[in-house]
Structures are given as structure tokens and as C-alpha cells.
Design a protein around this ligand. Structure first.
Ligand code: AGP
Length: 608
């Protein structure tokens, strides 16, 4: 999705903006642009359809200025083109604006501005903002007031950065539903939509809240609200390494992130497993034992893979703590006027912490007085700040659009939450010890699975030749099957459907035949025999079966097998997902897909 970078300081802005934009390429985009100004006045602008490298090649040597803004655009209003790229200018070319999000009343505002004689140079909603700021600047000398005046007329979501050729000592940024983070340097300041663009220059960041604006100068910043009240912000430190934003010798970020999972899980577990009391320490939950016992239900909310990891979480909480738990897509929940119950604990899951639908669900719960915790990867993100407490994953930055290490770390975080809740309820110390030991075994067991990459790649090459694939699993295997299908379709574009194995006979069995192979997720648990029966039914219809599980069945049930180490039954689903990630990755490679940036998808969906 779109990206924003802004710089003000003593250096030449353009190279810093271009470097920052390159760091945001992973989010997906179709065009890019930069605008700079300086003490000599006047705006300089270059913007182009295409890659950041094309933009860098088009920036002339005389493109000088110590303050500037840059943007990578993912088209919403108007096709990808030079004209529709950001930054957008007002008619007098005094103001330059970059914008992430969607201005919902753009058409109405455009018509009004056109009736007043404004001529538009693009089809975008963003250009409306540039003209509105110019209109309000006629009534005030303060850039901040002009921006506030313009934003007051706008309905929709935005993260924006505004440059004023007549005020080269500042940039004004604003956030409403689309992230903006300030980066604090030495006599220089940065702003961006994603810390990825900042980590090369600074680790000290300030996250803006929705409805907040900031004036950013070379020597500092001030923040205020849309109604001009000053706000106080504390900088936080980003602990993610710059190296995390490189492929580090891997062919793609996706395989790098799959390979990083042992270390990611170690970080998620670090300091949290308490073997003495056979429980988990999760201080960030902000719940004492009495409060933790008082909840009668748990509702988990997330989108896409975050939702599927929430399904694994619900299962873990029910199994270990015996509290009824259920996961639901946040995108559905927020629109159905949900009943918020005082004795339900709500948990929002998000890698980015910026997914708009999940954030909106959290806000809806809080507005109705519910208690909501976050299981979030990105420290200081909007969802993390909005929640009443939670668990950070510490999985490290996830760059590839398809989530892998965050998915696994989320499942591990839920295992910790379930263990903690279990031990304040009726999970015995012996069972608690068993889960502690199982958790500690996970990183090495993931390493063992990753060691099978070559053979899984071979299978992926074969299975990728089919037009579609079915994924089935029962109970613990069912969320794993769902995530396996999601990964495959996302990165390889091979159609994949997931069904509970128990549901196959109720409809989808009609699809089964030699042209539709099935991945069956079959742990060695009490449901193995039932799963084998389902596999037999598929084989009887000449469907090819690839089984992922712990022990090879009679060959009549499955042509192919991926066997993984056994952990505790409750924790096995965490491991069962790993081979499916490798399968999806290698299917995508075999089909020569754009592995890290699948078509039509964005890393974080900050719009509705
Ligand atoms: C995962 O592979 C997907 N790209 C997508 O489903 C993702 O999990 C979803 O958009 C939620 O993102 P979040 O975790 O950043 O909230």
C-alpha cells in the first residue's frame, strides 16, 4: 500500500527520501514521487509511474533542498500514471501534499473547488487536499491552521505530509486511520508511514494518534489535535535491526522469514516461561489473577492470517484454560453491531498493528466499555496503543506480504496466554510443566522441519502444476489447513480451499478427482483414525493426497507425506503449519510468482 517519507534538516533531502522510499517498496506500489524545497524557495517536484529506481534516475542533479516529502503510490482514485503520482500541488505550486488513505467526499469537494475556478491536474482524491490547503492559507499565515482547516472539510482516512515553499522551516503531518511516525535525529527530523523508512537514520520515534497533527522542524517537533490543543508525546525506541530489512542472501524475504522462525519463537518465549510455577509471565496483560479468572469467554479478532492464528489461539485457550473461546474476522465483527459483554475478554491480533478493520473493531469494543488486549508484532502501532494491554510478539519486522513468522509467533503467544489462564484456572502443575517443556522444544523442532526444505520444494514443484488444491484438517488441524490454503493461494495464485475434514462429505467431496489434490493435516491425536477414513474417501475418488503429520500411514491413504517432530498435542498445530509455508513458498517459486509482493495485495491494509 502507499508509503510516505519526509525529511527536514541540514542535508540534501532527495537522497534520503529516495532511500526511505526504497525501504517502503515491500508494501507494494505502482508509482513514486518526491518534492523538495529550501531556503531559496520554490518547490521542485519529480514523480513517475514505475519503480523507485526509475524515479531516482529521473531526479536531476540540481534537485536540491533540505526539506522534502516522498511517496510511493498504490492506485485507488485514478490509474497509475505520472500525473496521478504524489506529491500533488496546489495551482500556485506553493504546497505539496503526499497522502495515504482515501478521501471519501473527494468528488463533492472537487466539484466545489472546480466551481470556484480550481483546475485539477490529476484524477486523485489527494489533489483535493492540496487545493483545500491553498484555499485555507488565504485566511491564515500559519501552515498548521491551513492544514487543519482543510482536514476539517475532509471525510475519510489519511496519513499526510505537507510541504510549504513559503515555510521551508517545517513540514506538517497528520494522521487519521493511516499511520504516521516521526523519527528524531540530531538536528534533523524524519517522518514516515512505516518505521522501515526510518531505522537507517534513527531509533527514536513518536507515533501519532488518530486525529493528531505535528509540526516537524529540523530541531524538534510539536503535536496538536485537529482542534488545536497541544498534545504531549513520549518518544519510544525501535529495537528492530536495519539488517532485518534486507534479504541477507536469501532469494526472497518470504523464505528468509520462514527460516527466521526458530529465532522469532525464541524471542516470543524469552523470559515468559516460568517453569517453577509451570505458567507463563505476561506482565503486559495488565490483568491480575482475580481479573483473569473472572472472564467467562474469550473472543479473538483479526484479519486474514491473523484471524487464522486467532483460531489456533481460541483452540489453545479452550483446551488449556477451559474458557469458551472463539475467533472471528475483525472485518465482519465491526460491522455487525456486536454485543459487547462485560465478562468477555477480547483479544485483537495483528502483525502490523495498523490493519484498519482490526483497529476499528478494537475501537468499537472500547467505545462500548469492553476490555481488549492486543497480540501485536509492531511495537507502538495503533492497535497496540489502543488496547488495554497485551503481548508483543518480538518476531522482528515482517517484510514479505505473506505472513509466516508473525503467524507462528502469534500462535506461540496464544499458547503462553492459554498456559497463563489455564494455571489461574484448573490446569494442573503437571500439565503446566508439560506445556512449558513443549514450548521450549519448539525452536529446535522448527529447525528440524526447515531442514526438510529440499524434499518439500520437490513436492511443491509437482503439486503446483494443478489448477487447485484442497486442504483439510480436523479440530486442531483445521485452522492449520485454513492457513495452509491461504498461504498457497496468496503467493502462488493456485486456487486453494480449506474444509474441515468432517465436512467433506457434506458437499466438497464432489470436487475431488485426479485433478484436485488434497493436503491433509493429520497429527497423531485421537482423531487420526477419522482423518485416515477421510483420506481413504479421497483416494477412492482418485484424489492425490499429501499428508502432513507425525507418522506415515499405510500408502493406500496418501501418496506423499511430510513428517514432522511431535510436541504436546495442544502445541502440535504450531509446528504443522511450517511445512505448509514451505510448500506455498516453493510452489510460488516454481510458478515464478512475485513471491514477496503478490499481485493485488498489500502488507498492511490500512483502508476499509
Ligand atoms: C497474511 O499472509 C496476509 N497477508 C494477510 O491475511 C494479513 O495476515 C492480514 O491482512 C492481517 O494483517 P495484520 O496481521 O498486519 O493485521
Amino acid at each position: 500500500m502507499c508509503g510516505i517519507v519526509a525529511y527536514i534538516g541540514g542535508k540534501d533531502a532527495a537522497p534520503i527520501l529516495l532511500e526511505g522510499l526504497a525501504r517502503l517498496e515491500y508494501r507494494g506500489y505502482d508509482s513514486a514521487g518526491v518534492a523538495v524545497t529550501g531556503k531559496t524557495g520554490g518547490l521542485k517536484l519529480v514523480k513517475k509511474k514505475g519503480r523507485v529506481a526509475d524515479l531516482a534516475a529521473a531526479v536531476p542533479a540540481r534537485f536540491k533542498g533540505t526539506v522534502g516529502i516522498g511517496h510511493t503510490r498504490w492506485a485507488t482514485h485514478g490509474e497509475p500514471s505520472d500525473a496521478n503520482s504524489h506529491p500533488h500541488l496546489d495551482g500556485a505550486e506553493r504546497f505539496a501534499v503526499v497522502h495515504n488513505g482515501i478521501i471519501e467526499n473527494a468528488e463533492e469537494l472537487r466539484a466545489k473547488l472546480e466551481s470556484e475556478g480550481v483546475v485539477f491536474a490529476s484524477e486523485t482524491d489527494t489533489e483535493v487536499l492540496a487545493h483545500l490547503i491553498a484555499a485555507h492559507a488565504k485566511e491564515t499565515d500559519e501552515l498548521e491552521d491551513a492544514v487543519r482547516g482543510a482536514l476539517a472539510r475532509v471525510v475519510g482516512t489519511y496519513g499526510i505530509a505537507v510541504l510549504d515553499a513559503e515555510r521551508p522551516d517545517r513540514i506538517v503531518v497528520a494522521r487519521n486511520g493511516s499511520p504516521i511516525v516521526l523519527g528524531i535525529g540530531e538536528k534533523e527530523m524524519f517522518a514516515a508511514s512505516d518505521v522501515a523508512a526510518l531505522v537507517r537514520y534513527t531509533r527514536q520515534v513518536v507515533h501519532l494518534d488518530d486525529g493528531e497533527l505535528a509540526t516537524v522542524r529540523a530541531d524538534g517537533f510539536s503535536t496538536f489535535t485537529q482542534d488545536a490543543r497541544m498534545t504531549a508525546k513520549q518518544p519510544s525506541t525501535v529495537d528492530w535491526e536495519e539488517a532485518s530489512y534486507d534479504t541477507a542472501g536469501h532469494a526472497h524475504f518470504l523464505i528468509k522469514e520462514i527460516s527466521e522462525q526458530p529465532a522469532a519463537v525464541e524471542r516470543t518465549l524469552s523470559g515468559r516461561v516460568d517453569e517453577r510455577f509451570a505458567t507463563a509471565h505476561l506482565g503486559g496483560l495488565n490483568l491480575d489473577a482475580r481479573e483473569a479468572r473472572a472472564f467467562q469467554r474469550v473472543k479473538i479478532l483479526g484479519c486474514g492470517s491473523a484471524y487464522y492464528s486467532g483460531e489456533l489461539g481460541a483452540q489453545l485457550i479452550e483446551e488449556l484454560a477451559r474458557i469458551p473461546a472463539h475467533a472471528e474476522p475483525a472485518s465482519e465483527f465491526r460491522y455487525r453491531n456486536p454485543v459487547i459483554e462485560a465478562d468477555t475478554l477480547y483479544i485483537a491480533v495483528s502483525q502490523s498493528g495498523e490493519t484498519y478493520d482490526t483497529l476499528a473493531a478494537v475501537q468499537e469494543i472500547k467505545r462500548k466499555g469492553g476490555r481488549v488486549l492486543g497480540v501485536v508484532n509492531t511495537v507502538g502501532s495503533a492497535i497496540a496503543r489502543e488496547c488495554d494491554g497485551g503481548v508483543y510478539l518480538h518476531a522482528g519486522p515482517e517484510i514479505s506480504v505473506a505472513s509466516t513468522k508473525a503467524f507462528t509467533s502469534t500462535a506461540v503467544a496464544f499458547a503462553l496466554i492459554a498456559l497463563h489462564f489455564g494455571r489461574v484456572h484448573d490446569l494442573s502443575p503437571a500439565d503446566g510443566q508439560r506445556i512449558c517443556a513443549g514450548l521450549k522444544a519448539l525452536p529446535d523442532q522448527i529447525r528440524e522441519i526447515l531442514a526438510q526444505e529440499e524434499s518439500i520444494a520437490k513436492l511443491a514443484g509437482q503439486y503446483a502444476q494443478n489448477a487447485g488444491m484442497m486442504f483439510v484438517g480436523r479440530v486442531r488441524g483445521w485452522p492449520v489447513a485454513r492457513e495452509g490454503a491461504q498461504k498457497l493461494k496468496e503467493v502462488s495464485y493456485v486456487h486453494a480451499e480449506a474444509y474441515p475434514a468432517s465436512e467433506l462429505k457434506h458437499g466438497p467431496l464432489a470436487l475431488i478427482g485426479p485433478e484436485l489434490p488434497t493436503v491433509a493435516v493429520v497429527p497423531d491425536d485421537e482423531l487420526r483414525e477419522k482423518n485416515l477414513t477421510t483420506m481413504g474417501e479421497i483416494r477412492a475418488r482418485h484424489g492425490r493426497v499429501l499428508m502432513v503429520g507425525h507418522s506415515a500411514p499405510d500408502p493406500k491413504y496418501a501418496e506423499d507425506c511430510i513428517l514432522i517432530p511431535k510436541n504436546e498435542p495442544e502445541l502440535d498445530p504450531i509446528l504443522l503449519g511450517i511445512p505448509l509455508q514451505l510448500l506455498a513458498y516453493h510452489a510460488a517459486v516454481a510458478l515464478e510468482r512475485d513471491v514477496d509482493k503478490p499481485r493485488n495485495l498489500a502488507k498492511s491494509v490500512t483502508v476499509e
